[in-house]
Design a protein around this ligand. Sequence first.
Ligand SMILES: [Zn+2]
Ligand SMILES: [Zn+2]
Length: 263
Amino acid sequence: MLIERIWTANALRNFHYLIACEETGEALAVDPLEWRRCLAAAEVRGWQIRQILNTHEHGDHTGGNAGLVAASGARLLAHAGAARRIGGVDRGLAAGDIIRVGRTVELRCLDTPGHTLTHICVLADAEEPALFSGDTLFNAGVGNCHNGGQPELLYESFAQQLTQLPAATRIYPGHEYLARNLEFTLDREPGNQAAAALLLRAQEQDPAGGLVTTLADERRINTFMRLQEPEIIARLHLSFPDLPASPDERTVFLALRRLRNSW
Ligand SMILES: [Zn+2]
Ligand SMILES: [Zn+2]
């Protein structure tokens, strides 16, 4: 499996991805808002974009569909429940569905509601597993629930699915928010040295660079994956005096999500 990450440098800080089969050169484009950049990147690599995947229905993920379909003839794939809102969907996806790219790549669909109610993440169960996580899991953070989402469902998607993936899974999110998210982690947990060290690297590097985290990294630097940390819970009590002395993980996640909304 070949992965090309495309940094858009737009105001929303979108990342796009091309996932290609090394034998056939067939490629799938993930959320190609800046579709001309995706097409140009595929041409440079000698790849043909045959499929487009939308992780969810927001315009900054779907806005390039029409242009890229017209230019490449690619089929459009999206969550079956979002197909009507997105329009032009050739294949509606559900949990467990397999997307094949060329001869060598298989991506498994995870139904991960929360950021919206119809959000798909796709997992490559390869030697080096990779998760294309859209706006559900960001580097060092999680998606908001402002535009059609539900924090309780977001928690369930993490608890039941994303935190269960192999530690070596590489994370490819829909936006570049690493430094900002690390600052939130450090606001919640000032003693987190892994987050402090990575923030220095993140501030120095161009987002187009190669910094990719794994799930093991996320467990160290993502406050939403550190729900039993005493320092995080102690600081939450300052903001939420009614919080139980030993809150469960769900309660901690939801309290952190609320704080992050206005942080
Ligand atoms: Zn979104
Ligand atoms: Zn987005």
